[in-house]
Design a protein around this ligand. Structure first.
Ligand SMILES: [Zn+2]
Length: 247
């Protein structure tokens, strides 16, 4: 598998990093975990063609994680060579939220029809889905009360990639990271206990309980990013936009 970090920023674009978006090449598929509002910019900035994407998998319905989907669809409709279908997977409520977002940003466009096939598959937290040689599974995490928030795992039979989505600490992360070759985990805050996100002291204290071979942190605030040397010293990889990790 190969991870390409399209965006690993927080919701506010701290330090100029793009919203959450992780390209994962696995078993001949191009998957994208999350597609935040600025993700289409991130794809083009890295010289990558969004028409390559087979499936987008959304962790939760916040704009910095799914808000770029209308732009991805519009790019495919009017400005790309996409000649294959697009599958969009995410938690319950995704279809309605996406339809509303498309209508808000580009009124009427959905009624004129699409020149390519795309469909939405809503995956219950705890559910799984087989995709051409890849198994995708989701698990509930702790982020906001008004929607389902999930962590995601991708298993191609040889390697496992795990992603926490946005979450406060929960012991469920131990199982979510189990046997993962790479685990990308939220570490938004440097010190303060922010509701719905992990902070570095809590993550650091729990590192030995996580069961992944390699751990990388994402969604860092500016204050958290300033402590990257500590992260590295703890054996953890601070992600950056454009970074590639083969595993
Ligand atoms: Zn977020």
């Amino acid at each position: 598998m190969k991870l390409t970090v399209i965006g690993c920023g927080d919701a506010w674009g701290s330090a100029g990093r793009h919203h959450a978006c992780f390209r994962l090449d696995a078993a001949g598929l191009v998957l994208t975990l999350d597609f935040g509002a600025s993700s289409i910019v991130g794809w083009h900035r890295l010289g990558m063609d969004p028409a390559a994407i087979d499936a987008v998998v959304i962790s939760h319905l916040h704009g910095d994680h799914f808000g770029g989907l209308p732009f991805l669809l519009m790019n495919a409709q009017y400005h790309s060579t996409r000649d294959k279908p697009l599958l969009i997977v995410g938690p319950p409520g995704l279809r309605q939220a996406l339809d509303r977002a498309i209508e808000v940003f580009y009124p009427g466009v959905a009624r004129r029809g699409w020149r390519f096939d795309w469909r939405v598959h809503e995956l219950e937290p705890g559910g799984s889905l087989a995709l051409n040689g890849v198994s995708l599974s989701s698990a509930s995490v702790l982020h906001g009360r008004d929607m389902a928030a999930t962590a995601l795992r991708v298993d191609d039979g040889k390697r496992v990639f795990a992603y926490s989505g946005d979450t406060a600490w929960t012991d469920d992360l131990i199982g979510i990271s189990d046997r993962a070759d790479l685990f990308v985990v939220d570490c938004y805050s440097a010190d303060a206990d922010i509701v719905g996100h992990l902070n570095w002291p809590v993550l650091r204290d729990n590192l030995s309980r996580l069961k992944a071979r390699r751990i990388a942190v994402t969604h860092m605030s500016a204050a958290m990013r300033a402590r990257s040397a500590e992260v590295v010293a703890a054996g953890v990889t601070p992600l950056d936009d454009g970074m590639e990790i083969e595993f």
